[in-house]
Design a protein. Sequence first.
Length: 78
Amino acid sequence: MPMGFPQPNLRHPEELTVAQGAELFGVNPNVVYYWIEHGVIQARWLTTGMPYGITVSESDEQKLRAWVCNSRKIPTAS
């Protein structure tokens, strides 16, 4: 089995993955994708076939935590 080249880490140190964002807020990863698609959080697509790099400021983190806490529609992580 041939060995491939290791994948470069294109994420900045302060950026999160979708999975990390979901874990941080205790929500399903689909919620994080919704936030990205609707411009609720800053994200950049690292490259084709690679995940997003997500940036959440302290004020955005507080707003999102309140949103999750007060929402009856956001599915939480199981």
